[in-house]
Design a protein around this ligand. Structure first.
Ligand code: SAM
Ligand code: SF4
Ligand code: F3S
Length: 519
């Protein structure tokens, strides 16, 4: 696993930099009064390559004995931005911190290590991180022994690493999405070396199993694959997360079985494109439909997945999902645009008609499936008419909820070189109109639920009123109900009494009615 490049000069001014030491592929530079140890730095060209080399799975991860008390009496905080993938990476890093003896805290004044687990998907996500770094600078000045680290998807960007080295040199540690398992060693280097440590592998390759994880609550995320090979023209993820690598089915199944034994109630299988699961297996024919079939046999109440790419959603998968059981009837199927022309420029590799045909098949097999989606507005060249195609598609599908985004150019992606001829004003207008339509569709779906009895997994109490509990249905609808604290973590049958735009209210059935509803 490498990815080192000596070609840093294009995004970082090395003039005046002195090489202080060079050993084991680690080079330490003295730049503007700061020592920077570079083990590996990101490189877009490398990140774009998709090699044929085999994916090795490592099962031998352990936190070295001498590091298991390294953090005794010390505190850590991880701030997480971005998607569930990042949230789950944070759980892994928390597991490693606690394996080193560290304790979690929310008080940054007592923290010994603060990590920012970042997201690069849109510019505003990055702005938030740079804003936070600005705040943390003061803390670092007051407490020089504090270790400040940046990891996650932004660390995989050449321009970001250059900017941090240049303008935020108080940062102690930068590591990428492929180096997470190296955290204990990197922390040690940053702590004892007193220099900024940069280790960002541009090329993935391997899968590291048996990483510790600190999970909380009753719902758990489980990665089934890493990376993405789709290269939608607007998207940075294939660069920041590397090529598609599927975890072996036996490892996924063992992890889910173990979570069931621990009492988790709901599992969400994670991948940027879960429908491509198994495409990379050379020795077995085993795809996402097969995995879901095996998931249905595990004694755990609910299994979800995210995210599906419409292109790889095959008939076998639909057939398996239609068997239900613990496979919930919620399908998040990002469409991005309802215009075939725009989809082509986005390189989504399906047309409006293909998407609608797929939705038709899903609805035929699972009539009460809740479909949700992602949409980008203001993609370069999107006309008013093409935008209206998106609105009409969402109505035709009857989507129940949509994450909507204004297109954000990402350096290094093909769309960033397309002429962005839409004014901010038009983009904002389109977003507002889209959000109004989405709200309308969501309310429509909720009104249809009135009077129905739904199974709700109660997740917690409302912040404003401790007597109000909230939970989710199998279709991921947010439900508020009144009930005792003991219900948290339980499945309760609830009759929907009120429909609001983003949630419904319901009344729990009496115990006898509940039993009737279940039988
Ligand atoms: N893999 C998922 C898929 O293909 O649907 C999506 C992953 S991406 C992390 C989540 C969403 O962010 C995408 O579905 C897309 O709508 C949005 N997104 C990605 N790149 C974007 C960009 N450059 N500007 C605006 N939104 C973007
Ligand atoms: Fe990005 Fe497309 Fe991959 Fe999703 S499928 S992560 S949008 S490149
Ligand atoms: Fe962001 Fe990386 Fe997820 S770019 S959305 S954190 S995969």
């Amino acid at each position: 696993m490498t990815g080192n490049t000596k070609d840093y000069s294009k995004y970082f001014d090395f003039s005046g930099a002195k090489v202080i030491s060079e050993e084991d592929g680690k080079t330490t530079y003295r730049i503007k009064g700061r020592n920077i140890q570079i083990n590996a730095a990101p490189n877009y060209k490398e990140e774009k390559k998709r090699g044929k080399e085999d994916i090795e799975v490592h099962y031998d991860f352990v936190i070295p004995e001498e590091m298991s008390v390294f953090g005794k009496g010390k505190y850590y905080i991880i701030y997480t931005y971005g998607c569930q993938m990042n949230e789950h990476d944070t759980e892994v890093m928390k597991g490693m911190f606690e394996g080193m003896g560290y304790t979690a805290t929310e008080d940054r004044n007592i923290a010994d290590v603060i990590l920012l687990n970042t997201c690069a998907v849109r510019e505003n996500a990055e702005d938030k991180v740079f804003g936070e770094l600005g705040h943390l600078k003061h803390l670092k000045l007051e407490k020089p022994e504090l270790i400040l680290g940046v990891c996650g998807c932004m660390s995989q960007e050449e321009s970001v690493v250059g900017r941090i080295m240049q303008k935020h040199s108080f940062v102690d540690l930068i590591f990428g999405t492929h180096n997470i398992h190296r955290l204990p060693h990197l922390l040690q280097d940053a702590m004892f070396g007193k220099e900024m440590v940069v280790e960002v592998w541009s090329k993935e390759g391997d899968i590291v199993e048996n990483l510790p994880k600190k999970r909380e609550g009753m719902r758990a995320w489980v990665n089934i694959m890493y990376g993405c090979d789709k290269f939608c023209t607007y998207c940075i993820v294939p660069y920041t997360r590397g090529k598609e690598r599927s975890r072996r089915p036996e490892d996924v199944i063992a992890e889910v079985r173990d979570l069931a034994r621990q009492g988790f109630k709901e599992i969400t299988l994670l991948g940027q494109n879960v429908n491509a699961y198994g495409k990379d297996f050379e020795d077995i024919q085993y795809r996402f439909g097969d995995l879901m079939n095996d998931m249905a046999k595990i004694d755990i109440p609910r299994i979800r997945f995210t995210t599906s790419h419409p292109r790889d959603f095959d008939d076998h998968l639909i057939e398996v999902l239609a068997g239900r059981g613990n496979l919930v009837e919620h399908i998040h199927l990002p469409v991005q645009s309802g215009s075939t022309e725009v989809l082509k420029r986005m390189s989504r590799k399906y047309t409006r008609e293909m998407y609608l045909e797929l939705v038709g098949k899903i609805k035929k097999a699972i009539p009460d499936a809740a479909l949700t989606s992602d949409v980008i507005v203001g993609f370069p060249g999107e006309t008013d008419e093409q935008f209206e195609d998106t609105v009409s598609l969402l109505r035709e599908v009857g989507v129940q909820s949509v994450y909507t985004y204004i297109y954000s150019p990402r350096a290094g992606t093909p769309a960033a070189d397309m002429e962005d001829n839409i004014t901010e004003e038009v983009k904002k207008k389109r977003l507002a109109r889209l959000n109004a339509v989405v709200a309308e569709l969501s309310l429509e779906a909720h009104i249809k639920l009135k009077g129905q009895v739904l199974e709700v997994l109660v997740e917690g109490q409302s912040k404003n009123n401790p007597n109000v509990l909230s939970g989710r249905t199998r279709t991921n609808k947010l439900v508020h109900l009144e009930g005792p604290q003991e219900w948290i973590g339980q499945f309760i049958q609830v009759k929907v009494t009120e429909a609001q735009t983003w949630y419904v209210k319901g009344e729990p059935l009496e115990m006898s009615q509940r039993q009737e509803a279940v039988s």
